[in-house]
Design a protein around this ligand. Structure first.
Ligand code: PGA
Length: 245
């Protein structure tokens, strides 16, 4: 695992956007695993700027997203399909037919199986982008006494519902279940890039970068076993966890 400490969150996003653009330039038909949440928004903004400036071409890129809430359709403004369209896909030259976000409606189990197929289709992701939950979750693989390797339905923890309530009118509106890639799906990606900022992430990042323990109570710690995992944090977060480059 490699840890990169940047001067600011803006620099974190620039570094990651450049990593993604560099991969796309090297392999125009690469497969990207994408993430939602507050963290990746400025990364996507930078990719949009680069695409508009002619510095990166997404016309052949394929994407699969980590997860989707159960019970809200892709047209709902809090669905992850809607998020991806409005924060990235609508503004770049990607073919939406090459993008996949699990369907949050209908038969959830069948939708999870479809996600698993998409994870495998045409080979594993060349790069998987990740955020991290305050409890160390990656995608919606929640802290628990066990983790699941393949795509599945997850019941969200109170901590995750609290953290995501800011996007909804009221806390009761936050879906309590989600379809998510499993830990094995994420670990299978050739490269994993995790971005984190903000003091709410201190306990999770401490567990991830400050010791050698792997625990299902902080699912991100499994990335310690990945051969090409890159953790990008700003100096404020690095200082708060006591990390010295
Ligand atoms: P955030 O969420 O980017 O909104 O902090 C990260 C996550 O829950 O994985």
């Amino acid at each position: 695992m490699k840890v990169i400490v940047t001067a600011s969150y803006d620099e974190t996003c620039r570094v990651i956007a450049e990593m993604i653009a560099g991969l796309v330039n090297e392999k125009p038909d690469c497969k990207l695993g994408l993430a939602t949440g507050g963290t990746p928004v400025p990364i996507y903004k930078k990719l949009i700027e680069m695409n508009k400036a002619g510095k990166v071409d997404f016309s052949k890129v394929r994407t699969v997203n980590l997860d989707e809430y159960c019970g809200i359709p892709g047209t709902h403004d809090q669905s992850y399909r809607y998020f991806m369209n409005t924060n990235l896909f609508d503004h770049i030259n990607i073919d939406k037919a090459n993008t996949f976000v699990a369907n949050g409606m209908g038969d959830f189990e069948a939708n999870a199986r479809e996600l698993e197929e998409k994870v495998r289709e045409g080979g594993v992701a060349d790069l998987q982008l990740l955020g991290i939950g305050n409890n160390g979750h990656i995608a919606f693989n929640e802290a628990s006494d066990h983790l699941i390797s393949v795509a599945h339905i997850e019941h969200l923890t109170e901590s995750t519902i609290d953290a995501n309530a800011r996007f909804f009118e009221k806390r009761e509106d936050v879906p309590t279940m989600a379809i998510t890639m499993g830990m094995g799906d994420i670990m299978a990606a050739k490269k994993v890039v995790l971005a984190a900022t903000g003091l709410a992430k201190v306990p999770a990042i401490k567990g991830l970068i400050m010791d050698d323990v792997i625990t299902t109570q902080n699912p991100s710690t499994m990335l310690k076993m990945h051969s090409d995992a890159v953790i990008v944090i700003d100096k404020e977060l690095a200082g708060a966890v006591g990390y010295q480059a």
